[in-house]
Design a protein around this ligand. Sequence first.
Ligand SMILES: [Zn+2]
Length: 571
Amino acid sequence: MSDYRNSIRTSREFLSPNLTVNKWEDILPWFENLLNRKLESISDVQNLLQNRSELEAVLEEDFAWLYIKMSCFTGNKDYAEAFNYFAQHIEPQIHTHSNELDKKIYQSPFFSQLPDVNYLVYKRNLKSKLELFREKNVKLLAELQVQEQEYGSVTAAMTVEIDNETLTLQQASNLLKNKDRTLRQQVYAKIHTRRLQDSEKLNALLDRLIEKRQEIASNADFSNYRDYKYNEMGRFDYTPQDIAEFCETIQITVCPVIDKLHANRKQKLKLDSLKPWDLEVDINGENELKPFKNTTDLISRTIACFNEIDPSFGDYLTVMNHNGYLDLESRIGKAPGGFNYPLYESNIPFIFMNATENFHDLVTMVHEGGHAIHSFVSKDLELVDFKNLTPEIAELASMSMELISMEHWHHFFNTEELKRAKRKQLEGVLSVMPWVAIIESFQNWIYTHKNHNLREREGAWLKIFNSLSSQEVNWDGLEEFKANLWQKQLHIYQVPFYYIEYAIAQLGTIAIWRNYKTNPKQTLKQYISALSDGYSKPIPEIYQKAGISFRFDVDYVNELVEFVTDELDKL
Ligand SMILES: [Zn+2]
């Protein structure tokens, strides 16, 4: 697999064409070259940035291949060893030397003269990164990273027994789609009883994480971790206050629609009360949608679908397919999940997923396909830094392709199935937003209420959950489950505050889809133009280029939610 990149590699201007990375010593001279330069003009700085970018492209692609190969073949010891070697012996050195380079560039008097039109985002991120740095946080951040992983070990060990079979909680939750209500209830109870067994442990872990995070924030002169984290994530295009208002807006605009959908569900399923285990089953008693037969079929249907949207989109997938840059089928010895991995030197991204022929896999395919389009159209940007996307932009590209491609899903479904598929997709678009708002609001509470105790935290959770979750779902007798629901959300433990981006991008995708339905040609032009900027412009500018607003106010959100509900009514 590693041979592909060598044949596709773009030309190098700075590095030797023979450079391959096997050990740190292979790279050191190139870092030294960059670090020893005199910066005597703005063009010296720009030249340094370009050469550095070429080096980063090679290093990031090398690391990417190690990660991809390991994910595709988890049982291969050589792949695992090669990955670990890079991570342990090369990566830390890169990190240290990159930091030195950052400082050198930032301290140059020409740094501030880099023109805003291309460098504004780069400059504000570098400035914030260096200003947040505190020597005493280095150790704390390393410790934090280790502690965060404890969440993974606790939850990975969670299994339940169903019909004498041991299932992971994820496998078990698949059974919540089953038509047999008694089975669903049993499965739900088993999953949540299992979660409760570790609830004390997970509460204690969160306490330790909060304490450490607040300490890191305070060391960097922030009064709370939320404000520190906003800076660390480079969130300069919106404030915590904007997000608090967005969460309220979701409550006002989206929640009533979800209540209606659930009321309809209750009626269709002929239930006296809708319980949490009744939310996944098909309301018409239909079997699962099967959009394709196998991964070869998935590829050819997706290419046909993308071709119909824009021939260049189909071409991108065809190139990836011909070069072996698609590994889609689920098989033993493959890591879970799905991703599109951009490769900055060969300039062709790699899509990894675990398709098992269901509806969700189609959505994943077109979603990752959207990320891939992004990689292709932004490949010529001057710096790798400009291609390091922020999720509000990256997910706008991928989630928009879910809705744009939906208009062409006749490549996967007959007329009747297509209606069901669209319903499913649109209901998903809306129902994700309240949950994101719940998790965001809860984290916001956690880090702005110092020294809270467990009882207060539970109280805050229930208040937030009750205000943003469906009023139609009956939790009687399930109070203990409800009080601990947040513990299933990995982000709270491992990537705090990284979540609201999904609701932001989701809103943007509805706006793009609305444009596409009235003027597909123009919308695609705007979509491509926005994507080709990578993250070299502030988020509002990119959204504007995409033909949409970057707003969270009630009027705007309401308008978009109404558009979705009108479309749902037509189905
Ligand atoms: Zn994505």
